[in-house]
Write a protein that binds this ligand. Structure first.
Ligand code: F3S
Length: 651
């Protein structure tokens, strides 16, 4: 019977390596000049393929050519390297694995807070060298629990932050934790072993336990492959190979159950090739069963997630371009920024943070490594679309912020659904600029539900209209002549001012604006002024409201009546001249007529011979007719009186 062959579910490319490889290929496809800072992965085939496509491998940034893109591989680099690149001015493709970036962040933050950083890992590994480059000299690298124990024996206590290389062996990590003093508040521990590594190690150990023989595929210099080899060797006979060519040299006999695993840098096609070659070798040896399709088994192990499946993911890291999530079932996924939300003005860090649980939908599963590309916005949209449709049917008023001014209107996002508000529905006058709406929270109703290729349409104007109608109804319920309101002047015409009484406008006629004669309302009020008005008249049928503004106590005729009487000698100012006399102002708003016969103590042919507009004159009030608001004045009589007084004085 042919041996049973099982491929470990988490064998091969991890998320971070896959991401870095894709970033290099994409840059090459875009025709960019690319230099990777060290080999992008521990796999000669892939690296040679990249070189064949035009990539260069450099050891140091000093080797960069002008304008060449430098790729920082998934291991990451120290701060000094970033600084050196910035100085050179070369563009960067930062393929640092987000899990490694998280360690850099912890190292830098804790260093700043005065912690000494202890790093579990291999001090010669580029990832550890990169981490060290974020610690500002305050670090110590230990390879296992024994070195860590010795450190504690020799060093006095200080504030310690303990982190590890992402590919650190999780069994040794467990041993290291036992060495730490218990409940010491000065020690903070971060488990930074990557779940991909941990999972691959756990899966490989479990598979090795049930197997008679394990094949570990991966580069000779790949530390995570070497670790897999170590782990599997504990349980059964184990071989480390780089590719299918080496299978011929192995002894595959005496094994009923053969397990296969692969390091993080091993592409899927190499694993497939190993499986197929083994199938051929074993078939040749046993000339038996041909009913087991290993390639299919491998594909299935990579494709546990299906496009369109709804999944939950825990956010592991967030950057400007994507969100990395842990999908639980040995799976890691990426939510590109464009799949997080429809709103381009929102950055990933604004809406998600590490530890958040997200509802997601699978939009793609990589054939190569099973990494899922996910979408949050599509889940939100599905729920949001239902809410928007419900709101449309119920005529519910919704509220959202205007995210962008676009051609012909503005966009708002409600529950992840884009709603277009045409300019004609914004409630702004035609031709008015829409720019002022951006960032404003607006109330709107949905007038067209979203359809497959069409976004929903909203109307602010309809809400304004509704609110206006409600305000009108409320106004008419309580309106009565004499009732006072405080309102804002909305507009002016030559015949009056329109005042907003809270959703409904009333008009103050020009004659009501002042006790004085004015030519235009703008002489007394301006748009935006707040006026205290009262209802003078109501026309319910035509929705017309006449407002009064002048107050009786300000009536200059009342003031005149209380302060002046016939016979008084007063000073007045000539305000106009006619053929029959001159009008003189006694107080603001009250003029009297000096008939031509009363202008002087002689006969006057022409009024202008005696007085001019603006002259100050002394007059006697000779008559007051309050009903017709007429006052008669006389300069002549005032003069007579003065003469009489002079004579009396002389006597
Ligand atoms: Fe990143 Fe983990 Fe791979 S840290 S590079 S996903 S092994």
């Amino acid at each position: 019977m042919m041996a049973k062959i099982t491929v470990s579910e988490s064998a091969g490319f991890c998320f971070g390596v896959n991401r870095a490889v894709q970033m290099v290929y994409q840059a090459l496809e875009e025709g960019k000049k690319v230099a990777t800072l060290g080999p992008i992965i521990h796999n000669t085939d892939v690296v040679n393929d990249m070189i064949a496509r035009g990539a260069r491998i450099i050891d140091d940034v000093s080797e960069l050519e002008p304008e060449e893109y430098v790729v920082i591989r998934s291991h990451g680099v120290g701060k000094d390297t970033y600084d050196a690149i910035e100085k050179l001015g070369n563009p960067v493709i930062d393929a640092t694995c987000p899990f490694v970036s998280r360690i850099h962040k912890i190292a830098a933050e804790k260093t700043k807070e005065g912690y000494y950083i202890l790093i579990a890992g291999d001090e010669d590994h580029p990832e550890v060298q990169g981490i060290v480059g974020h610690c500002d000299e305050n670090f110590f690298v230990f390879k296992d629990q024994f070195v860590l124990d010795a450190y504690f024996q020799e060093n006095p206590q200080k504030k310690l932050a303990i982190i590890s290389q992402t590919t650190y062996n999780n069994i040794i990590w467990g041993e290291c934790l036992k060495v730490l003093p218990e409940d010491d508040p000065n020690i903070v521990v971060y488990d930074t072993i990557c779940t991909a590594t941990e999972q691959r190690q756990t899966d490989s150990a479990a598979l090795a336990k049930q197997s008679d023989l394990m094949i570990v595929i991966g580069g000779r210099h790949s530390s995570n492959t070497v670790k897999l080899f170590d782990i599997c060797s504990h349980y059964c006979r184990t071989y480390h190979i780089e590719n299918a060519d080496e299978l011929d040299t192995l002894d595959l006999s005496n094994a009923e159950h053969i397990g296969i695993t692969a390091g993080a840098s091993t592409p899927a096609h190499i694993i497939k090739e190993v499986v197929t070659t083994m199938e051929e070798i074993l078939n040749k040896d046993n000339n038996l069963e041909e009913d087991f399709d290993f390639a299919q088994a491998l594909d299935e192990s990579f494709k546990k997630l299906h496009t369109g499946a709804r999944v939950k993911g825990i956010v592991m890291s967030v950057n400007n371009s994507e969100v990395i999530v842990d999908l639980g079932a040995k799976q890691t996924g990426s939510v590109p920024a464009s799949e997080l939300t429809n709103d381009p003005s929102v950055k990933p860090v604004d809406i998600v943070k590490e530890g958040d649980e997200l509802d997601l939908i699978v939009i793609k599963v990589s054939d190569q490594d099973g990494i899922a590309t996910l979408s949050k916005k599509r889940v939100d949209e599905q729920a949001g679309v239902e809410k928007v449709i419900e709101a449309k049917e119920a005529g519910t008023v919704l509220e959202a912020q205007v995210s962008a001014v676009v051609k012909g209107g503005v966009n708002v996002f409600y529950e992840g659904v884009r709603i277009f508000i045409p300019a004609s529905q914004t409630g702004l006058p035609r031709e008015a600029s829409l720019d002022g709406l951006k960032g404003q929270t607006v109330k709107f109703i949905v007038i067209e539900a979203p359809e497959r290729r069409k976004s929903a349409v909203g109307s602010i104007k309809a809400v304004n209209r509704k609110e206006k109608e409600a305000a009108k109804a409320k106004f008419w319920e309580t309106a009565e002549i004499g009732k006072e309101y405080v309102g804002e002047v909305k507009s002016l015409t030559s015949y009056g001012a329109f005042v907003d009484l809270g959703g409904i406008d009333g008009m103050v006629h020009i004659s009501e604006l002042s006790w004085n004669r004015i030519k235009h309302p703008s002489q007394v009020v301006s748009v935006g002024d707040t006026l205290k008005v009262y209802i003078k008249d109501l026309d319910r049928e035509n929705d017309r409201i006449s407002l009064g503004y002048k107050k009786a106590e300000d009536n200059p005729w009342e003031k005149f009546k209380s302060e002046y009487q016939v016979g008084d000698i007063v000073d007045a100012k000539i305000v106009s001249i006619t053929s029959f006399g001159a009008f003189a102002q006694i107080i603001d708003g009250v003029d009297g007529l000096i008939h031509i016969s009363q202008l002087a103590d002689r006969r006057v042919e022409n009024v202008k011979d005696v007085v001019a507009v603006g002259d100050e004159v002394t007059v006697k009030i000779t008559n007051i007719d309050m009903d017709s608001k007429r006052i008669s004045l006389s300069i002549r009589e005032a003069m007579d009186e003065a003469d009489y007084e002079d004579e009396a004085d002389e006597d």
